[in-house]
Design a protein around this ligand. Structure first.
Ligand code: SAM
Length: 393
């Protein structure tokens, strides 16, 4: 398929090149941000997992380092300008607006229309090398590998933390992060169930990492495929986060199973300690140690939607209701997260094919892959002179 026909078939592919994003995925993060305010003014420290070629890190760099007004912030600034225009000359409303703006000063921009933040730390990790980006620390590593966690911690802390040492164990000395995002996708095999399973394992690797670095109240966003057992994943995430939502950005094709779990309000379950030798994952449930199995009166955690969940040592999830009832959830813990479509729904349709003007010039991608896994195969094919080797004469 040519560049031009892909421009037609995929509006976000074309827009990404026009707006200088390294990949169309940038729009997914911007659309998620519009709904969940992921990059709000109090966000300074972020880990971007599975980040190559780096469009999510580009968004982070432009919003946090350069202080650009993108996504939700662009939308809010526009709303404020519209409101300003609307009430111009109406004294009473102007006063009200001023008061609102003072309360919401965090979104005010400087004279150049920018608002760079202080103390920003962005760490981007991928199996593939990522081309340099302003203010982004890059790491080539496998997120499913336990050895990757100390490397990320080192980049976050700016100092060596040797795995297994007392220093590495003392989590309290670390400055935690506000947000962990993961757009991880394994190479698709085409075997549906296998792809969904591997994707879920990648999500759990990201979660294992997130619970080591997130601050209480922090957020975690990860790509997932909505397979038939997705409710098990939601249930496990609910053990760590006050709110879990399944979100589908406008820029993600409706025809694809892809969605994102947006987990807000991180709280480490009482008594739970992440263990490198015993990572969370499919096939095992979050097990809290016995000392956490207190009586209802002893517990003080908040109820969410009138319910509070915990996992007994035998692996069964217990649901407590605000009225004092308590029940064991079905054999495995299952829970359906609310589904939210995000981004401007009247904007470009990711599944539609658009007509392009006759003078349309197709642009080259901003950042070609630095070292893609298929590079060797392409070289081999070139060497042999075609897809199936040299053609017989
Ligand atoms: N968010 C990126 C962006 O905006 O440019 C796009 C990410 S791309 C869809 C998926 C990435 O996941 C690939 O670059 C791949 O190398 C990475 N990946 C897959 N498995 C991984 C693993 N085990 N560890 C680290 N990265 C992984």
């Amino acid at each position: 398929m040519g560049k031009s026909s892909k421009d037609k078939r995929d509006a976000y592919y074309r827009l990404a090149k026009e707006q200088a994003w390294r990949a169309r995925s940038a729009f997914k993060l911007l659309h998620l941000d519009e709904t969940f305010n992921l990059l709000g003014p109090d966000v300074h420290r972020v880990v971007d997992l599975c980040a190559a070629p780096g469009s999510w890190s580009q968004v982070l760099s432009r919003v946090l380092i350069k202080g650009e007004c993108l996504g939700r912030r662009a939308w809010e600034a526009k709303t404020r300008r519209d409101r300003r225009a609307l009430v111009a000359g109406i004294e009473e409303l102007e006063k009200q607006l001023k008061k609102e703006e003072m309360e919401d000063e965090s979104y005010e921009l400087d004279d150049e229309g920018l608002r760079p933040r202080e103390g920003v730390r962005i760490v981007a990790v991928d199996l593939q090398p990522i081309a340099p980006l302003e203010g982004v620390e890059r790491l080539v590593a496998d997120i499913t590998h336990a050895g990757t966690i100390p490397k990320i911690l080192k980049l976050l802390d700016g100092e060596e933390v040797v795995q297994g040492t007392e220093e590495a164990k003392d989590e309290s000395k670390r400055q935690p992060v506000d947000l962990v995002i993961s757009d991880g996708a394994p190479d698709v095999t085409g075997l549906h169930d296998l792809d969904i399973y591997i994707q879920a394992q990648l999500l759990f690797s990201a979660l294992n990492l997130a619970i080591r670095v997130l601050k209480p109240g922090g957020k975690f966003v990860a790509k997932m495929f909505r397979g038939k057992d997705v409710d098990l994943i939601y249930a496990q995430l609910r053990c760590f986060f006050g709110k879990v939502t399944c979100a589908k950005p406008r820029s993600s094709r409706a025809s694809s199973l892809e969605a994102f779990v947006v987990c807000e309000d991180f709280q480490m379950p009482k008594g739970f300690k992440p263990e490198e030798e015993l990572p969370l994952g499919i096939g095992g449930q979050v097990r809290l140690p016995k000392r956490d199995q207190k009586t209802r009166a002893e517990r003080s955690e908040a109820f969410v939607d009138g319910q509070r969940r915990s996992v007994r040592e035998d692996g069964v999830t217990v649901i407590e209701f605000e009225n004092g009832d308590e029940e064991d959830e079905a054999a495995e813990s299952r829970w359906i997260a609310p589904f939210v479509a995000c981004g401007d729904l009247s904007s470009w349709d990711a599944d539609a094919t658009y007509h392009l003007p006759s003078d349309h010039v197709s642009l080259d991608p901003i950042q070609p892959p630095t070292n893609p896994p298929y590079k060797k195969a392409l070289e081999e094919r070139r060497r042999k002179g075609g897809l199936y080797g040299k053609t017989k004469k």
